[in-house]
Ligand binder design. Structure first.
Ligand code: GLV
Ligand code: MN
Ligand code: MN
Length: 443
């Protein structure tokens, strides 16, 4: 076994996880003996291997939750888990869970992992980095014959990209209505969960109570360009934005495009164009990091010679403040009402189930990540996440934290997404040493 020494600037008992009701001193501690390192090449090889599942002829990824690529990728991942001595089970929400015993079975588990599903044409790092690095931590502990005090759990959440569905279920937030919502695959969440081996009829059986997990850690690519621009190695996530979706329906009247004079039209697409600009104006009119997007649109009848009669769009708003999201939506509603009157259309909104609440990460875990990164010689930055993550669901039941590594060009949700091998290793090493550091504090 490699030598590891943990030295703190205060007594051992002064270190505690505040969110677990222990002492809330944010004692700094230093990790020595950082010769224990992950096998970066093995992580990169596995990322490449996983990327083949769901890949199309152009080399683009299509591992959308509940589709063939996702099902095959999950089977591959479970095989890798078995190889690392984890006996994976699939819980009722389709989450893959693998447990490794700790020296002290009365302690609550330290859980870590991510997701392996992707958006259409998605990249190979969003989700796989944290999932495969979690597996790497287990491999490394096995190879070094190291037992942690706490039991460990590797968790791969189902359908993260479709609304953090698996983690929402684990935190007790997936409702009957949420289960009936259509997923990107075309299946409802319930049908999709069944397709990957879960059991939507017993969804409550996967729920963990507050305090069931000692901590949840997720390593992830930044998905933005801040770390790269500032030439920094590790991001310590302070908070994750809330995400709310609305289906927006604009109804006009489909009529002959040659015989209907311009001033007699009820053009749903023209009204939609004005609405899209209005959304952009409302979001930009307020100071802050909020974002609002129309990322989805469909019209009927969709023909050269017919004035568009109906448009359905997807509106998304994100911010760290739930109140701000509501305020922005009320402004958007007002603008919609005025556009509808002028264009002789109706504009209605249907709020979608499965919204993600904003979440703050645990301050003590943030410090543990920062200390581990610094001890490994990395530069760090405390930052917020503009992307949604399973961590924000789990924050309702456990102290959570996230480690970010740079995304080349700030590109994500794209097949061009890339993170350098060195950053992959750096992030996985910080994950490993954070787990080992927090393991030393009983509770
Ligand atoms: C998930 O990746 C999201 O931010 O939409
Ligand atoms: Mn992700
Ligand atoms: Mn994503």
């Amino acid at each position: 076994m490699k030598r590891r020494t943990f030295i703190k600037n205060t007594s051992l008992t002064a270190l505690g996880l505040s969110a677990l009701g222990m002492l809330d001193s944010y004692s700094k501690y230093f990790v020595l003996g950082n010769d224990l390192k992950v096998n970066g090449q093995r992580i990169v090889n596995r990322i490449t291997e996983l990327s083949k599942y769901g890949m199309d002829e152009q080399g683009h990824g299509y591992r959308v939750a509940f589709t063939r690529g996702d099902i095959e990728g999950r089977a591959w991942f479970m095989e890798q888990m078995r190889g690392a001595g984890l006996e994976p089970i699939i819980d009722a929400a389709g989450n893959i869970v693998g447990k490794r015993m700790g020296k002290n079975p009365s302690l609550k588990p330290i859980a870590f992992g991510s997701h392996i599903d992707m958006v259409p044409d998605g990249g190979n790092y969003d989700g796989p980095l944290g999932s495969i690095s979690a597996l790497e931590v287990i491999e490394l502990l096995n190879e070094n014959k190291m037992m942690t005090e706490h039991p460990l759990e590797v968790i791969i959440f189902s359908n993260e990209e479709g609304g953090t569905i698996g983690s929402m279920a684990m935190a007790g937030g997936l409702t009957k209505e949420g289960l009936q919502q259509k997923s990107q695959s075309g299946l409802t969440m319930a049908e999709g969960i069944k397709a990957i081996g879960g059991n939507p009829d017993r969804i409550e059986s996967c729920v963990r109570k507050k305090g069931d997990l000692y901590a949840w850690l997720e390593l992830h690519i930044e998905q933005g360009g801040i770390l790269e621009k500032e030439n920094l190695q590790i991001g310590v996530v302070e908070g994750i934005v809330g995400i709310v979706h609305w289906e927006v329906m604009v109804e006009g009247f489909a009529n002959h495009a040659g015989t209907t004079p311009m001033n007699m039209r009820q053009d749903a697409l023209l009204a939609s164009a004005q609405f899209i600009i209005a959304v952009n104006e409302v979001i930009n009119a307020v100071k802050g990091n909020q974002v609002g997007t129309i990322g989805k649109i469909g019209l009927t009848p969709n023909a050269y010679n017919v004035v568009p009669g109906k448009v359905v769009m997807g509106l998304e708003i994100r911010d760290l403040s739930a109140d701000k999201i509501e305020m922005l939506f009320r402004e958007i509603e007002k603008r919609a009402a005025s556009i509808a009157t002028k264009s002789k259309t109706t504009i209605s909104f249907k709020r979608q189930a499965n919204e993600s609440k904003p979440a703050l990460t645990d301050k003590t875990l943030q410090q543990a990540i920062n200390a581990s990164a610094k001890a490994l010689g990395f530069s760090t930055k405390f930052m917020q996440s503009g992307a949604g993550h399973d961590s924000q669901e789990i924050a309702a039941i456990a102290p959570v934290a996230m480690i970010f590594v740079p995304s080349v060009g700030g590109i994500s949700h794209s097949y061009k997404e890339f993170t350098k091998a060195v950053d992959v290793s750096n992030g996985a090493n910080v994950l490993l040493h954070t787990i080992l550091a927090i393991d030393k504090h009983k509770g």
